[in-house]
Ligand binder design. Structure first.
Ligand code: NAD
Length: 292
C-alpha cells in the first residue's frame, strides 16, 4: 500500500504554529517580521509563485514588500535594489525570485545579498554553513522536504537516499541536508544528474528517492524497489484534454502500490516550500532583534 505524504495538510499545521508565534509578537507589541521580494522580468510562473508568497504573508500577518522590475532590467538595476534591501532597516530577509533572465549573472546577485538577510539560503556563506552543519537558513524546498519527513516520523538515518537533479535550489541542498550528521540527516546519499549512467541501478537500491529534474513522469515504477519512499519535487505544467494541469517528476500511476510513501503533485512539496521561507524570515527577524 502507498500512503500519501500530505504536504498541504502539514503546511497548514505549520502555518497554525507560525500564526501563534506572530500573535505572541503582536502581544508583546514588537515589530512584525518583514519579507522583501525582488521580481525581475515577467515570467508568468514567477509571478504566480510571488503572488502565492505575498498571499501567505498577508494571511499569516507578516509584512511583505515587493519590488517589481520590468523585463530586460540590467544587472546594475537589480544590484541597486538588492543594496536597498540589504540596508533597509525594516526588512528582515529578502529573496530574488528565480529563475532570472539569462543576460543576468545570478551568482553576482546572490553574492551581493547580505547573508544575514538571505532567507533563501543561497549565499555561499549560508550554503557553506549548511554543509558544515552550522546554524543557518536552509533553502526552503530542501528544508520543506526534511520537515515533511520529520512530521511523518519517517526515519532518514541509515537509509540510502538517491537524489535526482543537482540544482542549487533543490537537488544540491537536499543532498547536503540528508547526509549531514544530524538526527534529521545521517542518510547515505547518492547525488545523480544528467551525466549519471544507468540511473536505475542507483534508484533500484534506494530507500528514499528525491526527484527534482523538471521532466513530467521521469521516475517510473520499474526504476524503484518495493517500499521505496518517494519525494516528488517537480512541478510541470502539461496540457491534457484542453486543460492545463500540474504533473510531478514521478509517474504516479506506475509507482502507486509499489512505493510505501509518495508526495502528490500538487499538494506535496510545493505548500511546504512557502512555509519554510516564512519560517526563515521569522528566524531572520528574531536574529536581528536579538543583535540590536
Ligand atoms: P533545474 O533545471 O535547475 O535542475 C534540474 C536537474 O535535473 C539538473 O541538475 C540536471 O542535471 C538534472 N537532470 C535533468 N535531466 C536528467 C536526467 N535525464 N537524468 C538525471 N538528472 C537529470 O531544476 P530545479 O530548479 O531543481 O527544478 C526541478 C523541478 O522542481 C522543476 O519541475 C521545478 O518546477 C520544481 N521545483 C519545485 C519546487 C517546489 O516548491 N515544489 C521548488 C523548486 C523547483
Amino acid at each position: 500500500m502507498t500512503e500519501l505524504l500530505n504536504g498541504k495538510q502539514i503546511a497548514l499545521d505549520i502555518k497554525k504554529e507560525i500564526c501563534e508565534e506572530i500573535e505572541k509578537i503582536k502581544h508583546k507589541k514588537k515589530r512584525l517580521p518583514h519579507l522583501g521580494i525582488i521580481l525581475s522580468g515577467n515570467n508568468v510562473e514567477s509571478i504566480i509563485y510571488v503572488n502565492r508568497k505575498i498571499k501567505e504573508c498577508n494571511n499569516i500577518g507578516i509584512s511583505c514588500s515587493l519590488v517589481e522590475l520590468p523585463k530586460h532590467s540590467s544587472e546594475k538595476t537589480i544590484l541597486q535594489e538588492i543594496h536597498k534591501m540589504n540596508n533597509h532597516p525594516l526588512i528582515d530577509g529578502f529573496i530574488i525570485q528565480l529563475p532570472i533572465e539569462p543576460h543576468i549573472n545570478v551568482d553576482n546577485l546572490i553574492l551581493s545579498i547580505n547573508p544575514e538577510k538571505d532567507v533563501d539560503g543561497f549565499h555561499p556563506a549560508n550554503f557553506g554553513k549548511m554543509a558544515l552543519n552550522m546554524n543557518t537558513f536552509f533553502p526552503a524546498t530542501a528544508y520543506g522536504i526534511i520537515k515533511l519527513l520529520q512530521k511523518y516520523k519517517i526515519k532518514i538515518s541509515g537509509k540510502h537516499t538517491v537524489v535526482i537533479g543537482r540544482s542549487r535550489i533543490v537537488g544540491l541542498p537536499i543532498s547536503i541536508l540528508m547526509s549531514r550528521k544530524h538526527f534529521l540527516g545521517n542518510s547515505t546519499v547518492t547525488l545523480t544528474h544528467t551525466y549519471t549512467n544507468n540511473l536505475y541501478v542507483y534508484t533500484k537500491q534506494a530507500d528514499i528517492i528525491i526527484v527534482a529534474v523538471g521532466i513530467p513522469g521521469f521516475l517510473t515504477g520499474n526504476m524503484i524497489k518495493k517500499g521505496a519512499i518517494l519525494i516528488d519535487v517537480g512541478i510541470n505544467k502539461i496540457n491534457k484534454e484542453m486543460k492545463t494541469m500540474l504533473k510531478g517528476d514521478i509517474d504516479f500511476d506506475s509507482v502507486f502500490g509499489k512505493a510505501s510513501y509518495i508526495t502528490p503533485v500538487p499538494g506535496g512539496i510545493g505548500p511546504m516550500t512557502i512555509m519554510m521561507l516564512i519560517k526563515n524570515t521569522i528566524k531572520a527577524a528574531y536574529k536581528r532583534l536579538s543583535s540590536n
